[in-house]
Ligand binder design. Structure first.
Ligand code: FES
Length: 147
């Protein structure tokens, strides 16, 4: 009987932790039709609800989204892997067809790989994604495998 009483109490005590983990794995509809994704990276902004214990807040997310030469959707994090500044597609006239970080002249190729000899030492993170009813859903940015 004591175990029967304890189980709900333990669940109540750790519930916010479980909620936070469940929320972080969610994929969110970012209001972009897959038909509108081209081979040119476009900036996509959306909000996600973050639950931390009993505190809920909305945080803004951004991705650079395009289709690669095989038609596969690529969604890259705009956060520079050097020191965290915002990276833009063709952010410098000097480096067309690249992502550019203005903080220390960081550069990445279109697939997010860091250009050797520039400050970033690893590629841009990649968002997990899914397509449902023709709409793009994005989840958490993750380091590229092998990076
Ligand atoms: S923060 Fe991007 S190059 Fe340094």
């Amino acid at each position: 009987m004591a175990a029967g009483l304890l189980a709900p109490m333990i669940r109540f005590a750790i519930d916010p932790v479980l909620q936070s983990q469940e929320k972080s794995g969610d994929l969110v509809n970012v209001n972009l039709s897959v038909d509108d994704i081209t081979d040119t990276p476009q900036r996509v902004d959306w909000e996600v609800q973050q639950v931390d214990g009993w505190y809920e807040s909305n945080i803004n997310r951004t991705a650079w989204v395009y289709k690669d030469e095989n038609g596969e959707i690529v969604a890259l994090s705009p956060i520079c892997t050097h020191l965290g500044c915002f990276v833009s597609w063709e952010g410098s006239e000097d480096y067309p067809n690249e992502f550019y970080c203005p903080c220390h002249d960081g550069r990445y190729y279109k697939d997010g790989t860091n250009v050797p000899g520039t400050p970033p030492l690893r590629p841009l993170d990649v968002y997990e994604h899914a397509v449902e009813n023709g709409m793009l859903y994005l989840g958490e940015p993750k380091p590229r495998e092998g990076a």
